[in-house]
Design a protein around this ligand. Structure first.
Ligand SMILES: O=C(O)CCC(=O)C(=O)O
Length: 214
């Protein structure tokens, strides 16, 4: 299945190669590929990842309070791609064939290299991701982050660092890829808020380059 999913034929989808620019005030905008693999390949990829990744729900400490992350997650990467997220050390698990195939495709499509991926599984709309920027020192001063979504459409909200007003909201849909430029992590925070009406799962994969591993 992996071969089919990421074959040149499969990825030669016109929309996979022609991103749209989504402007953000005062920041180079995000690039958006609305349909990367095509719906049936994306369906098959989601089904495989749901059952094959070693999902877990680790505890993190945020502002002095410890509790389980409000979603499931799985961290994969090259052996030296060590990362810490909200104080939680994440030793990388090996690339699965599907994640490795997707990494190769995203490197070609976005023109950036990645050595790790954080997979997040939002089981229903009750699972969330809090406000943050992907600006940990391990990512270096200029992190390009490719974020690929599968499953239920969820809102991805954006606010400027130091402010509470939400300035933008992007509905991230099945098979949609966004590429976040470095300035976005310097100037903005993002979150995935609770959505009570969403009853089906969403899977998100953020591909990163841990620069301390280079
Ligand atoms: O699920 C999403 O779209 C956001 C994921 C995210 O912010 C992260 O992995 O840092």
């Amino acid at each position: 299945m992996t071969g089919d999913l990421f074959s040149a034929k499969g990825s030669a989808n016109t929309s996979a190669n022609t991103p749209l620019l989504r402007p953000l005030p005062g920041t180079p905008g995000l690039r958006v590929w609305p349909a990367l693999l095509g719906a049936s390949r994306a369906d098959a990829l989601m089904e495989t990842l749901l059952v094959s990744l070693p999902w877990s729900q680790p505890e993190v400490t945020i502002y002095g309070r410890t509790g389980p992350v409000p979603r499931l997650q799985s961290w994969h990467g090259d052996p030296d791609a060590d990362y810490a997220y909200s104080g939680l050390p994440l030793p990388p698990q090996p690339w699965s064939p599907e994640l490795a195939g997707l990494r190769r495709l995203l490197e070609t499509v976005t023109g950036h290299a990645y050595n790790s991926v954080l997979a997040n599984l939002y089981r229903t709309g009750a699972d969330t991701m809090g406000w943050h920027a992907d600006d940990e020192p391990e990512l270096g001063p200029s992190p390009w982050i490719a974020s690929y979504s599968l499953g239920a459409t969820r809102d991805f909200t954006l606010r400027r660092k130091g402010q509470s007003r939400i300035e933008d909201r992007i509905a991230l849909a099945h098979d949609q890829l966004i590429l976040m430029p470095p300035a976005m992590q310097r100037q903005w925070e993002h979150a995935l808020p609770r959505r009570a009406r969403v009853t089906t799962p969403r899977l998100n994969l953020t591909f990163r380059l841990i620069s301390s591993a280079r």
